[in-house]
Design a protein around this ligand. Structure first.
Ligand code: BG6
Length: 518
């Protein structure tokens, strides 16, 4: 049955009726020490996010950002480089003035990561700046570094006595990936915990900072109407998709070892699954929420390696056309070995073996160089139990769907059927859309959100040690079993992925929601 979208003006929520906000938390003066300050991640994500917070007046009055890296920048060349990363030359008006005052908060110290003397010198410089600006010694260390350096840097910080100051414990932020297996993640934790306790450690998963991802909790637990339906009795299955149109870009060195399962499933995809599947926490508090997520991971059905094919499909992109541009295949990308078997796409079926979800499949898929960049969660409800319209309609009406759209056009959408006005009896599928466009309050991006929360010490959007380890526990056997099967299936860039992924759902009479559907 063709879908007739509702006119946007009718379907969209255009105003909010009532705001209910969390009590404001005041963040204290602090120094953010950015390791890897001359690198790509700092330039692309961290510094723009900090500037974004500054522009919105969300940083505390007194703060300093001290860039740290091996590159021998001076303070003025670091400011200049940061200006380039932020395209400061193109700013005008109040934004230009904001950049100029933001730049005055930037400092730089070149270091050798493993050198004790270098860390002592960094500590000295931090003390000098803290005294000059009257800052409390609240320090945050942000490790925007390649993961192999994590141990070395935490060890150096610890040995230099910087894990704590007279003021109290410092906080330390790690980017993903946290280890590349259960063993390495545990080893890394042991090594970090020689100096930093778990409450000091903030493991970033930037997906958790995305507006619609945070909204899953609010939507599920602030409204009473969905929760009674949120179980095996009413939900047929859940699809979680994170598709990207970009390829491996300049990250082949990391990606060819990681592959899509370590890169996307161990963190973002499983976190989304946990938010959909978790039980209502008793309190809106970091530990209570993270406890519930861990329980979901503990209930995940382990892989029976003999049933690998029923549960997993992997693919690797070959040359094709994405958005009208011809793109090379994965093995033709710079720094990718010509015989690489690394999967750039995976689709898997997960089961959460508990009372609520028994028998409900969660289909997860993620890949690069697909037809479109889409991240969404589709909750597909069961069809109506008695379908009286089926006997008189030319086609059966489909099931209802609830879609959390994380990218692009963040929002939440409910699909349902209504009668088409007029003399003929027809059903039409319509959409009720909640969209952020036009709503008051500009969303924070994922990095801004998690930086802000780290400053205020709110751990809810960070991944706890057990969460990381449980996720590896689920996926280690999958990675091992897949590596023994050899070739991932080839898929043409710009398509919806390998055919095997359609078969994965097709066997149970289901189909993926097309990446091109709105
Ligand atoms: C990162 C992965 O964690 O997430 C990348 O390492 C991926 O490979 C990125 O491209 C996707 O993030 P987003 O926010 O663009 O969906």
């Amino acid at each position: 049955m063709p879908e007739t979208p509702m006119p946007k003006s009718l379907a969209q929520i255009t105003d909010t009726l009532q705001d209910v906000c969390v009590m404001e938390r005041v963040s204290e003066p602090y120094v953010l020490v950015l390791f890897g300050a001359s690198g790509d991640l700092a330039a692309r994500k961290v510094l723009p996010a900090l500037f974004g917070l500054y522009v919105r007046r969300l940083l505390p009055e007194s703060f300093l950002i001290v860039g740290v890296a091996r590159t021998p920048y001076t303070e003025s060349s670091f400011r200049e480089k940061t200006g380039e990363a932020l395209n400061a030359g193109t700013l005008s008006g109040s934004l230009k003035a904001d950049w100029e005052s933001f730049a005055r908060h930037l400092y730089y110290v070149p270091v050798e990561y493993g050198s004790h003397d270098s860390m002592r010198a960094l500590d000295e410089r931090l003390r000098e700046l803290e005294e000059r600006y009257g800052l409390l010694r609240n320090r945050i260390f942000y490790l925007a570094l390649p993961p192999p350096l994590y141990e070395e840097v935490t060890e150096s910080l610890g040995r230099a006595g910087m894990a704590r100051t007279e003021q109290g414990p410092a906080r330390i932020i790690f980017e993903k990936p946290f280890g590349d297996s259960l063993d390495t993640a545990r080893r890394l934790t042991r090594s970090i915990q020689r100096y930093f306790d778990e409450p000091q450690i903030f493991r970033i998963d930037h997906y958790l900072g995305k507006e619609t991802v945070q909204n899953i909790l609010m939507f599920r637990f602030a409204n009473a109407i969905y929760e009674p339906l949120w179980n095996r009795q009413y939900i047929d299955h859940v699809q979680i998709t994170a598709s990207e149109s970009i390829g491996v870009e300049h990250r082949a060195g990391y990606y060819d070892h990681a592959g899509v399962i370590r890169d996307m499933f161990q963190n973002h995809m499983l976190q989304l699954l946990a938010l959909v599947a978790m039980e209502p926490p008793a309190r809106f508090e970091a530990e209570a929420v993270r406890d519930e997520k861990s329980k979901v991971f503990r209930s995940a059905r382990p892989l029976d390696p003999g049933k690998l094919k029923e549960r997993w499909v992997t693919g690797q992109y070959v040359r094709g056309t994405v958005n009208g541009t011809e793109v090379p295949g994965y093995r033709e990308e710079k720094n990718v070995p010509a015989s690489s078997l690394t999967p750039t796409y995976a689709a898997g079926v997960f089961y959460v073996d508990n009372w609520r979800w028994n028998g409900v499949p969660f289909y997860l898929r993620s890949g690069k160089r697909l037809a479109r960049g889409v991240t969404e969660i589709v909750v597909q409800f069961r069809s109506a139990p008695h379908r009286m319209f089926d006997t008189v309609m030319s086609e059966a009406a489909g099931p209802n769907e609830l879609v959390f759209r994380i990218k692009p056009d963040e929002g939440i959408m409910q699909r349902f059927y209504t009668k088409v006005p007029g003399s003929r009896l027809c059903l039409q599928q319509v959409r009720m859309v909640f969209s952020y466009q036009g709503l008051k309050g500009a969303p924070l991006d994922g990095y801004q959100r998690v930086l802000l929360d780290c400053m205020t010490g709110d751990r809810m959007l960070f991944v706890r040690q057990d969460g990381v380890e449980l996720a590896w526990e689920i996926l280690d056997p999958v990675i091992k079993a897949l590596s023994e099967t050899g070739f991932p299936e080839a898929y043409v860039s710009g398509t919806e992925g390998p055919e095997g992924a359609d078969e994965l759902l097709g066997r149970s009479g289901r189909r993926w929601r097309s990446l091109l559907e709105d």
